[in-house]
Design a protein around this ligand. Structure first.
Ligand code: ZN
Length: 205
């Protein structure tokens, strides 16, 4: 449903590891600029934060699955991997009434086992802000602005305040550069790419 000028360059901002209290701040900034984004949430952080998922839904954000416990899934059995994914999708459904359509495995790590278990496309990224490392909004901003290309997926984490502050410069700068912001599903839709389950995507081009 969103109207996007297909002549414009597209970028998908993605946020991992929430929800927590800082997610609210991120949502307020995104809403202020009318920017949709995608949140890959952890099942273990949903309880007590249901209202944040509701706020995401009302704000037109896409909610993806970031597994339950943020384990390095490549080390676990197929059964355990499936449980980590399914428990999170079930909780997201309970709160929002909608099952997630995208999986971002914790640490963005995947192997044959994870690909065969996943009933969703696996979404990684090609612009890494390293916000978890820097906690510095100027560095986060410059990494995005210097690296972004049409069709990119940008990795951030909604649990840090420096990331929220960086958005206040990233959004106006990318807008000036001619970018439109879209959710991950919309990014692939507008680029004419059909996402397939168990396949890995880091960008849309
Ligand atoms: Zn993560």
């Amino acid at each position: 449903g969103r109207n996007v000028d297909s002549d414009k360059k597209l970028v998908a901002l993605t946020f991992d590891d929430g929800p927590n209290y800082n997610t609210n701040k991120i949502l307020d900034i995104l809403n202020k600029y009318h920017v949709p984004a995608t949140f890959f949430v952890l099942g273990s952080r949903i309880k007590g934060n249901e209202y944040i998922l509701e706020k995401m839904k009302i704000s037109g954000m896409e909610i993806g699955n970031h597994t339950y416990n943020h384990l390095l899934l490549t080390k676990y059995s197929k059964d355990k991997i499936k449980k980590e994914i399914d428990d999170t999708s079930d909780l997201i459904f309970e709160v929002t009434g909608k099952r997630p359509r995208l999986l971002r495995p914790s640490y963005g790590s995947f192997n044959k086992k994870i690909k065969s278990v996943s009933e969703m496309p696996i979404i990684i990224w090609d612009v890494d802000t390293l916000d978890w490392k820097y906690h510095n909004s100027k560095k986060i901003t410059s990494r995005v602005v210097n690296k972004v290309r049409d069709g990119d997926i940008v990795l951030m984490h909604d649990i840090y305040s420096a990331t929220a502050n960086a958005l206040n410069s990233i959004i106006p700068i990318l807008t000036d550069m001619g970018y439109s912001f879209v959710t991950v599903s919309d990014l692939f839709y507008y680029k004419g790419i059909t996402l397939e389950e168990g396949k890995v995507y880091g960008y849309a081009k």
